[in-house]
Design a protein around this ligand. Structure first.
Ligand code: MG
Ligand code: NI
Length: 485
């Protein structure tokens, strides 16, 4: 009784990927895999290019996270020039990264995930998007759209409308904020803060009403890695890379970015083009770790700002000292938005953001350099080798989505095992007569959305490609399918 379900609503995932769910002969889920098709030519393509062009080239890897690549690339350039950038340049880079965190997290929460939570995983897929949210929760949806614009406005005020590819350069940045832009952005801070506080309140009501769903939404143990400041404060731009185990013990306090390859390896699975980074001393898969909002919030002692710290304390009271459910990525994302807004407000009050002492000039002083920063989705590494003329001889990039690859495979398997029961008599009430509903496939996909993967970064592909969820029975036939363009 082969059947095919094809659904084609608005996409709520960036880029292109496929989830395959395998059933055994009883119709129960035996395995599930998340794959992306990685285009590996990008790193090779950079060879022979001048170091100074790398920020611009890598910013075009991805239309979704150009800011993250721009900053990691500029930092790799700083290492090769062997310079300390001016304090004003560091503050401006921080300001831009905070703007990127706000806009990217707002997109993930309000546009991509809130429709599932507020309209329901099983609601009409044609309405289950930000437009449907607008009809039912207009204040929240409008606030979310404006919050994203707030982050984008900061990025544009610094980098220009289309992210000037050379705003951040090895040694610093090209331009400061204008006084007029500072005033304009400052004028939107209060509204951004209120939107985020309201979203947190609404989200906590959801948690209270869906304890079982939250606890069982891709809950598994891994290590966590994220950046912290010297005193264990949440950090997004520059600091120590800390790895903790699933009991919260610090395994490594300070991975030197210049020697990350001593601590981190990249495993290969025959069925996936995307590599699986892991913590070398534990091997793979024991050393698999997660990055991104939940990892950063789990590895830090404090957010370093008052409102977000109060939220962090409540988060730990509610979810435990070391939450491991993938659902908590949403919660951590909202706390990070709040922290970013508070930090943006502090930076705007700093006279350095208007300074014109912005760049250290130097030649090629090292033949190798690594730049690491926290992209919204997690830790991003740019590793370059150059010749004496500063031409690139080798590039390695490690992106957040790769580091969460292991976790994303775990989450789809757990979500599928919990949700999909294709055989008669094994239904869990969500579908009758062994029917596989669109709502079920949407729940599995929602596990991936919690990690907010950037498939454009993963594939190094230009433009968006579809996400496909397929259920394959024991004979290898596709019996259900959902595709989103
Ligand atoms: Mg690589
Ligand atoms: Ni990206």
């Amino acid at each position: 009784m082969a059947q095919t379900i094809l659904i084609d609503p608005v996409s709520r995932i960036e880029g292109h990927a496929k989830i395959t769910i395998y059933l055994d002969d009883r119709g129960e889920v035996s395995d599930a895999r998340f794959h992306v098709t990685e285009f590996r030519g990008f790193e090779r393509f950079c060879e022979g290019r001048p170091l100074a062009e790398m920020a611009g080239i890598t910013a075009r890897i991805c239309g979704i996270c150009p800011v993250s690549h721009l900053l990691a690339s500029a930092k790799a350039g700083d290492a090769i020039l062997a310079v300390t950038i001016p304090p004003a340049a560091e503050k401006l880079r921080r300001l831009m990264n905070l703007g990127q965190i706000v806009q990217s997290h707002a997109l993930s929460f309000f546009h991509l995930s809130a429709p599932d939570l507020l309209l329901g995983f099983d609601s009409d897929p044609a309405q289950r998007n930000v437009f449907g949210l607008m009809a039912q929760q207009p204040d929240l949806a409008r606030g979310g759209i404006r919050l994203r614009q707030f982050g984008q406005e900061i990025i544009e005020a610094l980098g220009g409308k289309k992210i000037h590819p050379a705003w951040a350069v090895p040694g610093g940045v090209r331009e400061a904020l204008t006084n007029e832009a500072r005033t304009r952005i400052h004028g939107r801070v209060a509204e951004a803060r209120t939107t985020t506080i309201n979203a947190l309140a609404l989200f906590k009501r959801y948690l209270d009403a869906h304890r079982d769903e939250v606890e069982n939404f891709g809950n598994f143990t891994t290590l966590f890695m994220g950046m912290v400041g010297a005193d264990g404060t949440w950090e997004h731009y520059d600091g120590e890379l800390r790895i903790i185990d699933n009991g919260g013990a610090i395994l490594e306090r300070n991975i030197d970015p210049q020697h990350y390859f001593d601590s981190l390896g990249e495993a290969v699975e025959p069925w996936s083009y995307l590599k699986f980074p892991y913590y070398k001393p534990l091997g793979y898969p024991r050393g698999a770790y997660r990055v991104g909002p939940l990892a950063r919030v789990n590895v830090c002692q404090t957010m370093g700002v008052a409102l977000a710290d109060a939220e962090l304390r409540e988060f730990r009271q509610r979810a435990g000292a070391l939450p491991s459910s993938s659902f908590q990525y949403h919660y951590a994302r909202l706390i990070e938005i709040l922290a970013a807004i508070e930090k943006i407000e502090h930076l705007l009050a700093d006279p350095d953001v208007l300074s014109n002492r912005l760049r250290a000039h130097a030649g090629i002083n090292r033949l190798e350099g690594v730049g690491v920063s926290e992209a919204p989705r997690g830790t991003l590494f740019h590793h370059y080798q150059v010749d004496a003329d500063g031409l690139i001889t080798r590039v390695n990039l490690i992106i957040a989505t790769g580091q969460n690859n292991y976790a994303m495979n775990q989450v789809v398997k757990q979500m599928a095992q919990r949700t999909i029961h294709a055989s008669n008599g094994h239904g869990n009430g969500q579908g009758s007569n062994g029917q596989i509903t669109e709502g079920m496939l949407n729940r599995v996909e929602a596990g991936i959305r919690a990690y907010d993967p950037c498939l454009s970064c993963s594939t190094h592909a230009v433009g968006q490609m579809p996400m496909k969820v397929a259920v394959v029975d024991a004979r290898g036939d596709v019996i259900a399918e959902a595709t989103r363009d």
